[in-house]
Design a protein. Structure first.
Length: 300
């Protein structure tokens, strides 16, 4: 059977989380699968053909078609299992249920990066501290630099792998600058192609960052990912013992509030109007506690 699967969302994390479920589907069914997604050049499962979203092959005739998406998903009518809202389940569960699975099993996708031989002078941690909405940032001023200072005391270097050296709304709000820079204590390795970014992550002791695509990339590369998370429930992500979320304050608003079209373009969206306390109330000590779990495991 020829099957078409189209990823409607364009996020790196979305593609990584969903592609593992496509591999699971192909193994379970034996179908000839064509996938159309934005990051078509990073995946390499041997029995799946992967194309860009704009490929003319999209118009070919298939026996059945799926659209994997948060809300506008589609699938053949003979699939009758429940598909929960992504806010009730998570990124992986969403794709799993759209593709007809009753049970949720995490599957890391096959990546086809030819990783570079990155040379590092000292043990290194890779990180990404910037994102696409303020609520995803660690809004505690100086938080990352304090964590980096701790790692440096242990003779561990830290490299920033974000796309840009700074990012933001372009206008300040309270103590939040118009553009938040990468931590000054980190080494600037921003702007590299994804292959180079993956190579740095692969050479690192672990990755630290936010609820963002590079955390998913670290997961796919089998690297621990220390994640500062505020507005999104833990269940949205892959299973991860190194998530830091302060559940004693306002958190997971994305799971409990609907976003309008205008909200999606509001950089400072904080529906409870609590000034991003979800991450402001995460301390460096909380992050360091998770880091120590990884370092202790490496030492043993």
């Amino acid at each position: 059977m020829k099957t078409k699967i189209f990823f409607k969302a364009n996020g790196l994390g979305d593609s990584i989380g969903w592609m593992g479920q496509v591999e699971r589907y192909q193994k379970a069914t034996g179908d000839k699968v064509d996938v159309f997604c934005k990051f078509n050049d990073i995946f390499g499962a041997p029995n799946i053909n992967i194309h860009p979203q704009s490929s003319p092959l999209l118009d070919n005739t298939y026996d059945q078609s799926f659209v994997v998406d948060y809300y506008g998903w589609e699938r053949p009518s003979h699939f009758t299992n429940e598909v929960k809202d992504i806010k009730e389940g998570g990124l992986i569960q969403m794709a799993s249920e759209i593709l007809g699975f009753e049970e949720i099993h995490e599957v890391k996708p096959t990546l086809k990066f030819k990783l570079k031989n990155i040379k590092l002078k000292r043990p290194t941690v890779s990180m990404a501290s910037l994102s696409t909405m303020q609520q995803r940032f660690w809004t505690l001023k100086g938080g990352w630099n304090k964590v980096i200072s701790y790692l440096k005391q242990r003779r561990i270097d830290v490299v920033s792998l974000d796309r840009y050296t700074q990012f933001g709304a372009g206008v300040p709000s309270g103590d939040i600058p118009a553009y938040t820079p990468i931590p000054s204590a980190s080494k600037n390795k921003t702007g590299f192609p994804l292959r180079t970014v993956a190579s740095y992550i692969n050479k690192s002791l672990f990755f630290m960052g936010l609820s963002s695509g590079l955390s998913w990339l670290a997961w796919a590369l089998n690297k621990p990912a220390v994640m500062v998370v505020g507005p999104i429930s833990e269940r949205y992500h892959f299973k991860n013992p190194y998530i830091i979320q302060n559940k004693n304050v306002c958190h997971a608003c994305w799971n409990n509030h609907s976003m309008t079209h205008e909200d999606e373009y509001n950089w400072y969206w904080c529906p409870e109007n609590k000034d991003f306390e979800c991450t402001r109330q995460i301390t460096p000590e909380m992050v360091i506690e998770k880091i120590n779990l990884i370092l202790e495991t490496n030492e043993n």
